[in-house]
Design a protein around this ligand. Structure first.
Ligand code: CP
Length: 313
């Protein structure tokens, strides 16, 4: 494997999850693997967990880390081929990607969906361009369509907490005041298709995710019915996919409460808006796995970086 841009770059989810759990037991087991190697992390959007956990993972492997808030500090990038650059964008990705490739051995990119233009978002212009023009492996730290590092951390967390071979897992939409991308939900759906689970998605009618991703997964529009007897409830808001990027439903009844959760474990990628997406009692209770999910981000990133380092050695 050279790049890690989607869950398709994982050859065996089970093997990677087990590898991550071994790294969790002994984070410095491969502390010399990344010696003399540098990872560059370019952020076009904000981050807490991805930034620090990927940095931590790289340091556990002995790598040097360079981080740039590209959206704020970098030159505004042009991505179109053959364009006349007489407007705002000062640097073309063709040069930027090749320049960064000289300073680093692996390049992490975070670039969210704009939610303004579905076709542009679905082309994944930023990460695809870096992948095309960089001469080093590219790591997806959340792109327009996917957040594979989060999904891998989620799979690790489920593995640690599941009590049956085929747990009932529900992905539930929840309300949010702002329009949010589909990446986390997409990747969670994709990772569920790679493991044994009784998996259901619940959301208000009209909030269907991309059918190319959900395929034949069961959708239950009655949230209460969907959550019945669940072992894990993964909660996430996403903006409307059909009416692209719009917030058309503010129904507070979709918020997750302790009563709705029942005996299930609660999962969310964070950051989360308290008492909008989920009530305090859930986040403050002992059924919440959100802090452990964030912890597992380090070991998800570490297994991915380990695989890339082994491939480029
Ligand atoms: N879950 C996640 O990716 O968190 P950050 O946006 O803080 O990196």
């Amino acid at each position: 494997m050279k790049h890690f841009v989607s869950l398709n770059d994982i050859d065996s989810l089970q093997e990677w999850v087990e590898g991550a759990l071994l790294l969790k037991k002994n984070p410095s087991a491969y502390k010399n693997l990344g010696e003399e190697k540098t990872i560059g992390l370019l952020f076009f959007n904000n981050s807490l967990r991805t930034r620090l956990s990927t940095q931590k993972a790289a340091m556990n492997l002995g790598m040097k880390v360079m981080i740039m808030n590209f959206g704020k500090d970098g030159w505004a990038l042009e991505f179109e081929d053959g364009t006349i650059m007489d407007q705002g964008n000062a640097e073309h990705v063709k040069e930027a990607a090749r320049v960064v490739s000289q300073y680093c051995d692996i390049l992490g990119i975070r670039a969210f969906a704009s939610l303004k233009n579905k076709e542009e978002d679905e082309a994944e212009v930023v990460i695809s361009s870096f992948k095309k023009y960089a001469s080093i492996p590219v790591l997806n730290m959340e792109s327009s369509l996917s957040h594979p590092l989060q999904a891998l951390a989620d799979a690790i967390t489920i593995q640690e907490h599941q009590e049956s071979p085929q747990p009932k897992i529900v992905l539930s939409w929840a309300p949010h005041p702002k329009a949010l991308p589909h990446a986390v939900a997409n990747s969670f759906v994709e990772v569920m298709q790679l493991q044994d689970a009784n998996f259901t998605i619940t959301h208000p009618k009209g909030y269907e995710l991309d059918p190319k991703i959900t395929k034949d997964i069961k959708i239950e529009y009655d949230q209460e019915k969907a959550l019945k007897d669940a072992d894990f409830v993964y909660v996430k808001n996403w903006s409307n996919y059909t009416n692209y990027g719009k917030v058309i439903n503010h129904d507070k009844n979709w918020m997750i409460t302790q009563k709705k959760l029942g005996n299930a474990k609660f999962m969310h990628c964070l950051p989360v808006r308290r008492n909008v997406v989920v009530e305090d009692a859930v986040l403050d209770g002992n059924q919440s796995l959100v802090i452990e999910q964030a912890n597992n981000r380090t070991f998800a990133a570490q297994i991915v970086l380990k695989k890339i380092l082994e491939a480029i050695k």
